[in-house]
Write a protein of this length. Sequence first.
Length: 170
Amino acid sequence: MRFPSREDPGDSGWHIDPSFEFESPDFLDWRANITSKGRALLMLFLFSDVGPDDAPTRIRVGSHLDIARRLAPAGERGLSLRELAANDFSESAGRPEIVATGAAGTVYLCHPFLVHAAQAHRGARPRFMAQPPLLPAGPLRLDGTAGHSSPVERAITLALEENGSAGLTS
């Protein structure tokens, strides 16, 4: 829930949503890895109408490819949100930005590595949204043995192939 305000909300930094090791009380210790352990999708549920002034989530288009390449060397252990945020997600800074606007009931289904950010609410009505995780049915397979790969698996594999890391397994 975000209310209209002239003040900086204090939570508008670029990030991805980590997907495991939530037992740490410091959310910056929560982790993400190349197989997106614990999260199949990032979902944005709009429970109120969200226009351009109503604090829509900002999204860096294509940033999931940058994050896949960043996570790959860390393997199964992955990186903490603190480690990922150390460079302010600069690898995706040149990506085009869009905002998640729409009527109440709109749901965005996004790659779990998508870099996104909150922003100030300059509108007139409160904005209601949620970002629940979609838990995976099983671990992602990046070695081509999964048979029919999911779109998330294909996007990660594409990013690694573009980086010369094809064939990486967890």
